[in-house]
Design a binder for this molecule. Structure first.
Ligand code: AMP
Length: 360
């Protein structure tokens, strides 16, 4: 168990790393953020930082010597970097988790192996295989690169009339999967924490709305019946247990109509704190960021009880320029990530608007 004053290493210096470092400071723990980008938002709030490439093994060696354990804020860390670090100190969540979640094919196969339904999918490695898989799965469907996709990047929506050769070329001839289009009613997510002792705690289920495939709002509670909320929680905890997971994870789920009922299909998991959990900062005693730090530090998990309803809205690109009004809003917590450059589609901050807790 880490003691107050000990240091946690964080790979990645974006807003998620920044909010983890802030949460750690609250518990009396220090952070050392390792990130290649000199303009990393997390550098401004952490006790120690290293600005170096993930392949810079001298810098990694020094970093490893200065921290008690390593965690991360994104899942696309190069495998050799994790391999190097795990030979020296605990990397949490473990590298088997990264291997599962870095690749959409491995991830979906894992979900199915533990009985969690997914959309129909097929591995595709060429335009010919894409055509054959489209015949089998049917269109509409989405073709997604197996690795490095986020916020809708690395994927193409295919309609029955789409030119499949052109779609394949757009993706850059990379290993991919074809995934059946899911006519979902809602998108929801479950945020679950697990520590090394197997203690688990999930937050209430949130409902997510995307715009241009980027998360726009998260609303809590989700507009779903209790049995669906319970099923979503069980999915999060099943994933955490199956991976012997340590830390916070998110599973994104599609809710589909089925006769008079509904059913859940898993989209993807994130082995880290997640944008759809930012609401926990304002509506729970212990936020997802603090929870993740507690889990990797070997501390008991904190209380996930929700005391308020909340709508989290991402501030994307120029949205942040309205900060004087956002900061003045009553019953709202405005959060800016301190990024020096505003770009279209870039997450610049968020605002949590809270209201008294309903029965949901
Ligand atoms: P992803 O990068 O896989 O999370 O996809 C980004 C967003 O695209 C999702 O949150 C959905 O809104 C949409 N999407 C992804 N996959 C599917 C699918 N199989 N069917 C329908 N919509 C999807």
């Amino acid at each position: 168990m880490l003691q107050p004053g000990d240091t946690i290493g964080i790979l990645g210096g974006g807003q998620l790393g920044r909010m983890m470092a802030l949460a750690a400071a609250k518990l009396g723990l220090k952070c050392h953020v390792f990130c290649p980008d000199p303009d990393s938002p997390a550098f401004a709030v952490t006790a120690y930082s290293t600005c170096a490439n993930y392949e810079d093994y001298n810098a990694l060696e020094q970093f490893a010597a200065q921290v008690s354990c390593v965690t991360y804020e994104f899942e696309n860390i190069p495998a050799p970097t994790v391999e190097f670090l795990k030979g020296r100190l605990p990397v949490l969540p473990g590298d088997h988790v990264l291997k599962t979640s870095q690749d959409r094919l491995t991830e979906k196969t894992f979900f199915q192996s533990i009985g969690i339904p997914t959309a129909g999918f097929a591995e595709v490695n060429s335009a010919e295989e894409l055509k054959a898989a489209s015949q089998n799965l049917g269109l509409p469907a989405l073709v997604k690169t197996r690795r490095f996709g986020y916020d809708g990047k690395g994927q193409v929506f295919l309609k029955p009339e789409s030119d499949l050769d052109a779609a394949w070329a757009t993706l850059g001839d990379l290993p991919a999967i074809l995934e059946a289009f899911v006519p979902f009613e809602r998108e929801i997510s479950v945020i679950t924490a697990r520590n090394a002792q197997g203690q688990m705690a999930s937050y209430d289920i949130a409902e997510n709305v995307h715009r241009n495939q980027i998360l726009h709002t998260t609303t809590i509670p989700a507009n779903i019946p209790p049995h669906i909320a319970e099923e979503a929680r069980m999915i999060g905890e099943k994933v955490a247990n199956a991976l012997d997971y340590v830390g916070v994870l998110a599973v994104e789920l599609f809710l589909l109509p089925e006769g008079h009922d509904q059913r859940l299909v898993a989209n993807e998991m994130a082995p880290r704190v997640h944008n759809s959990g930012h609401w926990t900062e304002s509506a729970c005693a212990v936020s997802q960021f603090e929870q993740h730090i507690r889990a990797v530090a070997g501390w008991p998990l904190g209380d996930t009880t929700r005391h308020s309803d909340c709508v989290m809205t991402n501030l994307i690109g120029e949205d942040i320029s309205d900060w004087p009004n956002l900061a003045a809003e009553p019953r709202a917590a405005f959060h800016s990530y301190g990024k020096s450059e505003t770009r279209e589609g870039r997450k610049m901050g968020h605002i949590n608007r809270i209201s008294p807790k309903s029965n949901g």
